[in-house]
Design a protein around this ligand. Structure first.
Ligand code: PEP
Ligand code: MG
Length: 837
């Protein structure tokens, strides 16, 4: 006897259908197996379970498999790959409707017919219902629909009663409904107050919701396929018309656009025709990187085996992670649109839609409801969709699996607060941009270099790449994202040069450069521990900017005289609650210990802007860089600052410590912070620590111009040229399109630095801890203006010390004075190059 398998998204529905069918035949029980739902309550289908069910249902005469919709079909197809070869030949995947088909199949199988007959009877099972009700064609209800598609009413009886107007169209896009056109279709369907469904007549697919990207994608719609759309609801007609019009416009895809490999991008070309060509981006972290291209987006972090904290809490985690990734994607989309045009930016629409996909979210919600943790539910549900894409027969659509996996991994990382992508692979990492957390995870031992489509040299990603000693080129434009995984790449992070598939001669030249740079570095390293003294005998302290104990060890290793900036944010980010004073003290102590008695300059928390804290709710700001960040944030959340100052003061009783406040704009802010520091001293007990020095960052142009007013209240000021240049030039520091503008050697910025040095008047020490300090060419300029401390990435310390040693202050002061009168950064750099010869 032929066996039957019921493949269905819902276990309850499958069992009920089987029970119903069993009512019909009492005498000859037919072997019926159910492969339905992922568990008792979670919707889904599983190829392995289907394969097992097929094996169990087979009595030697074969098996007829009945499926419900969408992924059930794909899973059943996949299951066929899993069963033994001889069994596979006896299995029929039957396109009959589930309930009617199952009843007919049970009757036919019980009567002893073969599997073909059983399937045919099941398919014909709709006939009774149809002849009874008739086929209420769209044309009857809406003549316009029949005009557009006269065949729609007659074809496909299996579709049942069309719920409203319908129409048909042919896909003209070269690659069918791939990510971008599919995303446009979904966006269009969602615009209307209507339930819009679509199916592919070319493949005989079932109707699927046109509002679900994952459903639309599995239609497998290729060029030339005829698709049918139907809708019900208040705006059904508008929705159908909208979709048909969109299809007529080829889903707004530009005709040349499908040749994905061949576009010219803002920063250069990275198609195969450009292999071996030197492309130029913005140099962001010096050094030569050579290795295979690697895209971290697809690398999913491991899902930990932790218990659910309850449905509501886990669902909230999902929502938070989706919101965070949505924000990221909007940011990347914005910069892509700006740099490379709308057509390229539209790829991110598909990613954004996935975050909103009703089918996906329902699945995640069901899994969370069934007791799964948020990461587990998310990874299982997205894994299902990715597998559906992966199982599609068309190679182009199959490739979309990577898209789904990339977005899925991004959300998973957000859920886990994971920085792994940068650390997880090796070779030359290529990405749109890196979040500060991702960049902080870079491991120079693994990552040969970094190429970013967006961002500027003073973005946090660039700073952190420098800190990690990973060569980086940024602002390359969206085309760099098309470099295939595994393609050989060579880059020079000092010049911004990038070559994909370099010919042997070019590769040899890059290797030579690497050797020469290594020799120079070695020379500098050998003298790194010695003080940096100018030719005329003036000492300039060269410190390191550190964001972790590992950085502090690297700083000591590279001869840093002090830590001129300890960025404490990394202790506060990527967690669900703030560290208390104890934890902070331990972390700061580890940094102080690593520096072995050298002074550390601890900057109080500088969050807000692009570094929000999960556990401190913040109102959305139109201009976060001009918003509640730095000292403003700390004064608004005094409990956080109080705890941090207590830890800093306690440490100051053990080691030489300076404390400084970021983003100060007014004397009042400084005085309020100082009063809280006094409180911390009282609370810590033991009186004022002898070595405690107090300073502020100079990052706000207005503050720089008011240095004399701040001077009586501080021991030192440290100029943050990254933010100072950003604000002085009104050029957001992470914006690749403005990267050329945001140069700390702009005479406008230099004048502000000059104003700080003059305002300090020799009574207050002036340091620079922005990225300009690590620019060896700018060292004479800063020293010439009166700066006596430079704080740079740990690995830059030896080189900067060499630059100080090569500087004569008399000449430097003259060069600096002339630079102030020049027109722009380019002129200043030309002057510096001239003076250096
Ligand atoms: C700066 O703005 O120059 C600075 C050193 O601070 P951060 O880069 O951490 O904003
Ligand atoms: Mg800053």
């Amino acid at each position: 006897m032929v066996g039957l398998v019921v493949v269905c998204h819902s276990r309850a529905l499958a069992r009920a259908a089987v029970a119903l069918a069993a009512e019909v035949v009492h005498d000859r029980p037919v072997p019926v197996e159910v492969a339905a739902g992922l568990d008792e309550t979670t919707f889904g289908t599983d190829a392995v379970a289907i394969a097992d069910a097929v094996a169990a249902a087979d009595r030697g005469d074969g098996v007829v498999v009945l499926m419900d919709l969408g992924s059930a079909v794909l899973s059943a197809e996949l299951a066929l790959e899993l069963v033994a070869d001889d069994l596979r030949e006896r299995v029929v995947l039957c396109p009959a409707p589930l309930v009617e088909g199952l009843v007919a199949a049970v009757v036919t199988a019980a009567a002893g017919f073969g599997r073909r007959e059983v399937c045919d009877e099941a398919v014909a099972a709709m006939a009774g219902k149809q002849s009874h009700l008739g086929a209420p064609a769209a044309a009857e209800e809406d003549p316009a629909a029949a005009e557009e598609d006269p065949a729609a009413a007659e074809e496909d009886p299996a579709a049942g009663a069309a719920p409203g107007p319908s129409a048909a169209f042919t896909v003209t896009n070269a690659h069918g409904l791939h990510a971008r056109p599919a995303a446009r279709l979904v966006a269009e369907a969602r615009r209307f107050d209507a339930a819009v469904e679509i199916r592919n007549r070319g493949t005989g697919s079932p109707w699927v919701s046109a509002s679900s990207l994952s459903r639309v994608a599995v239609l497998g719609a290729l060029r030339g396929h005829e698709l049918e759309v139907r809708a019900s609801g208040a705006q059904a007609r508008e929705a159908v018309d909208g979709v048909v019009a969109l299809a007529a416009r080829a889903f707004d895809e530009e005709p040349a656009e499908p040749d994905v490999g061949g576009q010219e991008a803002a920063g250069g070309r990275f198609d195969s025709a450009a292999d071996g060509l030197v492309q130029l981006g913005r140099p962001a972290s010096p050094g030569i990187g050579i290795g295979p291209a690697w895209h971290p987006g697809a690398a999913a972090p491991r899902v930990p085996d932790v218990a659910s904290r309850g449905e509501a809490a886990e669902w909230r985690r999902i929502e938070d992670a989706l919101a965070a990734v949505r924000r990221d994607l909007h940011r990347v989309r914005g910069s892509t649109a700006r740099d490379a045009g709308e057509a390229h930016a539209a790829i991110f629409d598909a990613h954004l839609l996935l975050l909103d996909d009703a089918d996906l979210l329902a699945d995640v919600r069901a899994r969370v409801g069934a007791g799964a943790s948020a990461p587990r539910a998310w990874s299982a549900a997205t894994g299902r969709i990715a597998a559906e894409f992966g199982a599609l027969p068309q190679e182009y659509l199959r490739a979309r699996e990577a898209d789904v996996r990339a977005v899925a991994a991004q959300v998973l990382r957000a859920l886990l607060g994971d920085t792994a992508p940068a650390a997880a692979g090796s070779g030359v990492l290529i990405a749109p941009d890196l979040t500060p957390a991702e960049a902080a995870g870079l491991d120079a031992g693994q990552v040969a270099g970094v190429l970013l489509a967006f961002g500027g040299p003073t973005s946090h990603a660039a700073i952190l790449a420098r800190a990690r000693g990973v060569p980086a080129v940024v602002g390359l434009g969206a085309a760099v994202l098309e470099v295939p995984v595994g393609a050989p790449v060579a880059l020079d992070g000092g010049t911004g040069e990038v070559v994909v598939a370099p010919p042997d001669s070019v590769l040899a030249a890059f290797r030579e450069r690497a050797v020469a740079q290594a020799a120079r570095r070695e020379r500098a390293r050998a003298r790194a521990a010695a003080p940096a003294v100018t030719r005329d005998g003036v000492r300039v302290a060269v410190g390191a900017n550190v964001g972790s104990a590992a950085d502090a060890r690297a700083a000591a290793d590279h001869g840093a005289d002090l830590a001129g900036l300890v960025r404490t944010e990394f202790l506060f980010l990527r967690r669900d609650a703030a560290p208390d004073a104890e934890e902070q003290l331990a972390a700061y102590r580890e940094i102080a210990d690593a520096l072995g008695g050298r002074r550390i300059t601890v900057r109080t928390l500088d969050v807000g802007g692009d570094k929000p804290l999960r556990y401190v709710p913040a109102a959305a700001e139109d201009n976060p860089y001009l918003g509640v960040r730095g000292i403003r944030h700390s004064l608004e959340h005094p409990a956080l600052l109080r705890e941090q100052l207590l830890a800093i003061v306690r440490l100051a009783h053990e080691a030489p410590v300076s404390v400084m406040f970021p983003m100060v704009s007014t004397v009042d802010e400084l005085l309020r912070a100082r009063r809280m520091l006094d409180d911390a001293v009282t609370r810590a007990g033991g009186g004022a620590p002898a070595g405690l020095r107090v300073g502020m960052m100079m990052e706000v142009p207005a503050a720089a111009l008011k240095t004399a007013a701040f001077a009586p209240h501080v021991d030192f000021v440290s100029i943050g040229t990254n933010d100072l240049a950003q604000y002085a030039l009104a050029a957001e520091r992470g914006n690749a399109a403005l990267a050329g503008l945001s140069d700390g050697t702009d005479p406008g910025v230099l004048r502000l630095i000059d104003a700080v040095c003059r305002g300090a008047g020799g009574r207050v020490e002036v340091a620079v801890c922005g990225e300009l300090a690590g620019d060896e060419a700018a060292v004479p300029l800063l020293a010439g203006l009166g700066v006596r401390e430079l704080s740079v990435a740990p690995r830059s310390v030896p080189g900067v010390k060499e630059a100080v040693r090569a500087t004569g202050l008399d000449v430097a002061a003259d060069v600096a004075a002339r630079a102030l009168d020049l027109a722009d950064a380019a002129a200043v750099r030309a002057l510096l190059a001239d003076a250096g010869r």
